[in-house]
Design a protein around this ligand. Structure first.
Ligand code: SF4
Length: 398
């Protein structure tokens, strides 16, 4: 039967169906569609290249200023037009006012690992809050930053809050507040670039990136294009929104896909990652493998190890069967085990070291590449959403 509904109508129906489905079984429903919210002020990074040219012409500036502004904003470490001295003094303030509204205001900064891990809570124009974490490694003279070559990773957000309702996650417990604009996503990277040369950026902070698909993809195009970041250093996470995973595979953007699996069986994953009720583990892993085939990028499977919940030896074997099954083999995938960083009041906690070791051993025995993620920033409410949750409850009690 032909579906005559518009894309928006289909999305609304899909969102409604998901919410109805989720309401039947849990306290917080999965929410796909962001609540209506006033749009953030339009920023230079929100405009497509042709719109940027049109904007400078409309402002009475010659066309070449668009490329000049692009170079300053996307390629330098400065996001302040008043310092771009090759622009006429008279127009710098106008450019700042018209194209570079302040999108992020830092309201809390926490550091750990001798200052090489920095977590920032940002306030957006409408009072919503997001988080980003900058982790620098191999900093000379700072043993706490680890050994090896110098590198810097930014973990940043795609939405204010998250609608995916994963019960072990502080962000999920707070619900979805709104989608970030492309400008707000890119601005987090720009802020980090002021203090470090980024080697990796990972969209693994607040939010489900593929639920804010268009703005995220535009941000990825800016990062790999105008900003000159290597697609190989960019990771996009998802809980497994299968249609969007397929779309991303076709974008021609060879970024790394990280799939938050957390369980190898539908029964458990339905609880840990509620959207699994819509896209089951086999479908998700199948789409992840298709992503590898389309892009040549090895997929990362994220698996938070939760004591006595998903860390049993039998589940390690089931995970190996799932990943290598269907003739997929093991070369397409890498498993990233994450010691759970419990959220306040949560009934879940991190696995015992011996259980984590056994989990690793069983995957390795099946020749599946596996690592245990370091636990940078643990002492600073490192798991996404904890800082925002603390700020909100603090504000409520003030
Ligand atoms: S774990 Fe990720 S997808 Fe799940 S609720 Fe938290 S931010 Fe959203």
């Amino acid at each position: 039967m032909t579906d005559h509904r518009s894309e928006a109508e289909r999305a609304a129906a899909e969102a409604e169906e998901l919410e109805r489905h989720a309401r039947a079984g849990r306290v917080r429903p999965v929410v796909f569609k962001a609540p209506a919210a006033p749009a953030p002020p339009t920023h230079w990074a929100d405009l497509k290249p042709a719109e940027r040219v049109a904007a400078v012409l409309a402002a009475g500036l010659p066309k070449f200023r668009a490329a000049q502004i692009d170079r300053h904003y996307f390629r330098s470490n400065s996001d302040d037009p008043t310092r771009w001295t090759d622009l006429p003094t008279a127009v710098r303030t106008d450019i700042a006012r018209d194209f570079f509204p302040r999108l992020l205001t830092p309201i809390r900064v926490q550091t750990a690992d001798a200052g090489t891990t920095v977590k920032t809570l940002w306030r957006l124009h409408d009072g919503q809050m997001i988080e980003s974490v900058l982790m620098r490694y191999g900093v000379p003279g700072v043993p706490a930053s680890g050994s090896g070559r110098q590198r810097a990773t930014l973990c940043f957000s795609s939405q204010a809050g998250c609608g995916m309702a994963c019960p072990f996650c502080a962000t999920g417990q707070g619900g979805l507040r709104r989608n970030l604009s492309t400008g707000e996503i890119v601005a987090q990277v720009k802020e980090a670039q002021k203090v470090a040369r980024l080697t990796n950026v990972v969209l693994m902070g607040m939010g489900e990136p593929l639920a804010n698909y268009k703005r995220v993809v535009r941000a990825l195009r800016l990062m790999t294009g105008e900003m000159g970041l290597s697609a190989r250093g960019i990771t996009v996470s998802t809980v497994g929104l299968v249609p969007r995973m397929r779309e991303l595979a076709a974008e021609g953007l060879p970024v790394t896909l990280a799939v938050s699996l957390h369980a190898p069986d539908d029964e458990l994953r339905d609880t840990l990652v509620p959207v699994n009720q819509r896209f089951g583990v086999r479908e998700v892993v199948g789409a992840a493998h298709e992503y590898f085939q389309a892009t040549g990028r090895r997929v990362s499977i994220e698996y938070a190890l939760i004591r006595d919940v998903n860390d049993q030896a039998a589940r390690a074997d089931a995970l190996a069967d799932l990943l290598a099954g269907g003739g997929r083999g093991t070369g397409w995938v890498h498993v990233n085990l994450i010691p759970l960083n419990p959220t306040p009041g949560s009934r879940w906690t991190a696995s015992r070291p011996r259980d984590a070791d056994e989990f690793v051993r069983r995957l390795e025995r099946r020749r599946i590449a596996v690592t245990i993620r370091d636990t940078r920033g643990r002492e600073i409410d490192g798991a996404c959403g904890q800082l925002a949750a603390a700020e909100r409850s603090g504000a409520a009690s003030r």
